[in-house]
Ligand binder design. Structure first.
Ligand code: CP
Length: 310
């Protein structure tokens, strides 16, 4: 693979390979080690056409920990605001001889489009409602470390499944690694024919939580809803909010996850989000740096003359 545009197309052993690669950076990151400069001389451009806290900063930190020269292009300060097309922006970044480009865009498929136009590897940092592959990898790494395994784990993903690239990439990664995935949403926020993705759909959150090993909560993505159905936050919280009472239906040691940004009091109560020993939310952020170090390293191996994918 030259690019990482999605989890789709990755074989289970390739996902596991990336998780194993990320694992080696976890301890080094805890010590803020900068001793490995394998990306010395690599120019990494982070082109973010949509807001981000976690993904942008962790890609920047990941590149810098490995010695890359990291340049951030944020849309508010770029010529995109003057009407430049996506393709012209991509060709411009390419002409500057970037060695790897990390892109977030509000349109599904935009990252794949750019990948076809540039000479260097492209990493998808989230494109519309399509995919967010490094999020799925960091979630899988968090589950593997905390639960010991992914195979056979009952993972309940609850929220705006229809508009969520996080849900889509997680479903692809977790089912590829043989987890038992349940998805929960109001009917209007559930993609049609979701069973084809080898998951079990539920509209009743309480029923879905029975026996859950992992409960992954998602935000309502109002920015991607075109007015068809925007539930009131009070109604949504009553039916789909993760409260301590609801969590009690899951396994006693079930892990609580959320990719962020959280809307406390809507999809999750603060007491659950901050539950010691059970909430893995800050650990997810921590794993994000390790996963992005691994992806930047693996994707640039060929251009650095190192053997690439497994
Ligand atoms: N989880 C995630 O993608 O967060 P950001 O939007 O802050 O990058």
């Amino acid at each position: 693979h030259r690019h990482l545009t999605g989890i789709a197309g990755l074989q289970p052993h390739e996902i596991t390979f990336l998780l194993d690669e990320a694992e080696q950076w976890v301890e080094a990151n805890r010590n803020r080690a900068k001793s490995d400069r394998r990306l010395d001389g690599v120019t990494q451009i982070n082109a973010f056409f949509e807001n981000s806290t976690r993904t942008l900063l962790s890609f920047e930190i990941a590149g810098k920990r490995l010695g890359a020269d990291v340049v951030n292009m944020t849309v508010a300060a770029s010529s995109v605001k003057k009407g430049e097309t996506l393709i012209d922006t991509a060709v411009t970044l390419n002409a500057m001889r970037a060695d790897v480009i990390v892109i977030r865009h509000m349109a599904s498929g935009a990252v794949g489009l750019i990948a076809d136009k540039v000479d260097c590897p492209v990493l998808n940092a989230g494109d519309g409602a399509h995919e967010h592959p490094t999020q799925a990898l960091l979630d899988a790494l968090t589950i593997r470390r905390r639960r010991g395994n992914i195979q056979g784990q009952r993972v309940v993903i609850c929220g705006d499944i229809l508009h969520s690239r996080v849900a889509r990439s997680n479903i692809l990664a977790l089912t590829a690694l043989a987890a038992d995935v349940r998805v929960v949403a109001p009917t209007t926020l559930m993609p049609p024919a979701i069973e084809a993705m080898h998951v079990t759909p539920f509209t009743d959150f309480d029923a879905a939580l029975e026996g859950a090993d992992v409960v992954m909560m998602l935000r309502l993505q109002n920015e991607r809803m075109s007015g068809a159905y925007i539930p009131s936050t009070r109604e949504y919280h009553r039916r789909y909010g993760l409260t301590p009472e609801r969590l009690a239906r899951a396994q006693p040691d079930a892990l609580v996850m959320h990719p962020g940004p959280m809307n406390r009091g809507v999809e999750i109560t603060s007491s659950v989000a901050d539950l010691p020993g059970r909430s893995a939310i800050t650990e997810q952020v921590e794993m994000g740096v390790a996963v992005r170090m691994a992806c930047l390293d693996v994707l640039t191996r060929r251009s650095r003359g190192v053997e690439g994918w497994a």
